[in-house]
Ligand binder design. Structure first.
Ligand SMILES: Cc1cc2nc3c(=O)[nH]c(=O)nc-3n(C[C@H](O)[C@H](O)[C@H](O)COP(=O)(O)OP(=O)(O)OC[C@H]3O[C@@H](n4cnc5c(N)ncnc54)[C@H](O)[C@@H]3O)c2cc1C
Length: 482
């Protein structure tokens, strides 16, 4: 079948990553096609439920966008500013500041703003288009195929395709077998998540359950096995409330408690558990975005984000932060870096893995260097039950150390520096030893990532080191929610 048109760059998916990638590449003067299955009003909508997300993003990520592009954000796309993100222990007796100033977005508004920027930059934006797979020529990606708004089979060709289709991408999964980009993601590295945006009346004030100035994360292996629950404030008596679970942890927890809970039943129990929400809450239905379920990957991003004629940005490359599942920041950052590097590769007339490699280096430097370490910390946390979490959050780390860990920096911990800490109970002593192991593993992986290969030739040997180190951590820590 003949290609309908040919472009320098095709960006598949007009979400957080795709809109920015397309805008940046078009601003550099290249012909850019941006494809998305939604109509313009619903740009970036993930699925039939809506823009399923907690919508919290760190201020530092938005600052990065502004510094790089001059784009600034305000109301209405920034719905509410929060001073920080707090993680609470299961018994709610202790909390750690997990992240600093951030925003809870009006997500549809935010995506429409990015869409307008892309269109103004000269992007050819085609809506209601279902991408079905990559066009492969000589084992390289040479375009995409799919169905247009009238369900006609259509091919578009390009020098490079940027995959910004999110977690359900049909492009990465249909790449030729290759040694750079993995096609599959282990189910243990995926969180099933869901949330409501609700309008509610406050029964009484209690900042452990709802804090209009801060985002709250509830760690609790019975309520959210292998994941966590969240309560993020929104403007005017609204909140984004939801929960994520790891399937394996949920199965173990259900078996141990002789329960049959699903993600949906856990979300409903979580809302019912929250005593500050009066029972008569209702869904906030603006943009038909009040309720939804979707998946988030919580592992390090794909070790290589590029293949011949192909780059990936955002969730398609499993970029969300492994401990917070925050994927908006890395999607925005990678979108910009992918757009810049695609443009450079087209100018240099080399869109092979080698020609696109600088994108890997740039993303690693900006964000990716810490995610393998954070993946280890996530696996460690999933191995702790509520009793150990309650004890550990109070006794293992001071606030500064916990904050460093959450940001991917390694605090200096040792049994001797913790001599003042009274470790009670065999389980807790063992959990603290395991924490030391996890922190050392995190250091090891951070060191490996600080040597991210400058060219593809050194990639295979480097990747083997990552896999070996990660395999050891995964053998050590097993899900143990109850
Ligand atoms: C319940 C939940 C809560 C979350 N909470 C947070 C949070 O609070 N903070 C945070 O930072 N992150 C959060 N995340 C993660 C965050 O939502 C994602 O990381 C982010 O949306 C990734 O952006 P993206 O552009 O890569 O992909 P997406 O937002 O998924 O955009 C992909 C786009 O591609 C389109 N598309 C997909 N397939 C096709 C196809 N075949 N053909 C045509 N178009 C297609 C989609 O419709 C969409 O428009 C959460 C995720 C979930 C599920």
């Amino acid at each position: 079948m003949e290609a309908k048109e040919s472009y320098d760059i095709i960006v598949a998916g007009a979400g957080m990553a795709g809109n920015l990638a397309a805008a940046i590449a078009a601003k550099k003067g290249h012909s850019v096609l941006l494809l998305d299955r939604n109509d313009p009003e619903n740009v970036g909508r993930k699925n039939n439920w809506g823009w399923t997300c907690g919508d919290a993003v760190a201020g530092s990520h938005l600052d990065f966008i502004t510094a790089k592009t001059g784009i600034s954000f305000s109301k209405p796309e920034l719905d509410v500013k929060v001073d920080g993100v707090y993680a609470l222990s299961p018994d709610l007796e202790a909390k750690y500041l997990f992240d600093g100033v951030g925003y809870v977005l009006d997500r549809p508004e935010f995506e429409r703003k990015l869409r307008d920027i892309a269109v103004k930059s000269g992007v050819h934006y085609v809506t209601n288009f279902e991408v079905e797979g990559p066009v492969i020529e000589d084992n390289k990606v040479a375009g995409i195929f799919g169905k247009d708004k009238d369900k006609n089979h259509t091919i578009y060709k390009s020098k490079v395709v940027i995959d910004a289709l999110g977690i359900s991408t049909v492009l990465r999964r249909r790449l030729p077998d290759n040694k750079f980009v993995e096609k599959n993601v282990d189910i243990d590295d995926i969180e099933s998540t869901g949330r409501y945006i609700i309008e509610f009346e406050l029964d009484h004030e209690d900042e452990r359950y709802y804090d209009p100035k801060n985002a709250l994360i509830h760690l609790n292996q019975e309520m959210a096995p292998g994941g966590y629950g969240w309560v993020f404030p929104k403007s005017g008596n609204k909140m984004n409330i939801g929960l994520g679970v790891q399937k394996r942890s949920l199965d173990i927890r259900n078996k141990a408690l002789n329960r049959n809970d699903t993600l949906q039943s856990l979300i409903d129990q979580y809302i019912a558990w929250n005593p500050v929400i009066k029972k008569e809450y209702k869904l906030f239905t603006k943009d038909n975005n009040g309720k939804g379920i979707w998946s988030v990957a919580v592992r390090r991003q794909m070790e290589s984000l590029v293949y011949d004629g192909y780059m990936g940005a955002g969730d398609s490359m499993v970029m969300p932060n492994p401990i917070s599942a925050g994927g908006i920041g890395p999607a925005l950052v990678s979108g910009i870096l992918a757009g810049e590097n695609a443009a450079k590769a087209v100018e240099a007339n080399d869109t092979s893995v080698k020609g696109l490699w600088q994108y890997n280096v740039d993303f690693n430097k900006e964000y990716g260097y810490k995610t393998a370490g954070l993946e280890v910390f996530r696996i460690y946390m999933q191995s702790l039950n509520n009793d150990v979490l309650n004890y550990g959050i109070k006794n293992f780390l001071n606030v500064k150390e916990a904050n460093q860990l959450a940001l991917g920096m390694m605090p200096e911990l040792s049994l001797s520096t913790k001599f003042s800490m009274v470790l009670k109970g065999a389980k807790n002593i063992s959990a603290f030893r395991e924490l030391l192991y996890a922190v050392n593993k995190m250091k090891e992986l951070n060191a490996i990532y600080s040597q991210y290969p400058e060219s593809p030739d050194a990639f295979e040997a480097w990747r083997k080191r990552v896999e070996k180190s990660m395999h050891e951590a995964k053998e050590r820590f097993k899900p143990n929610p109850i």
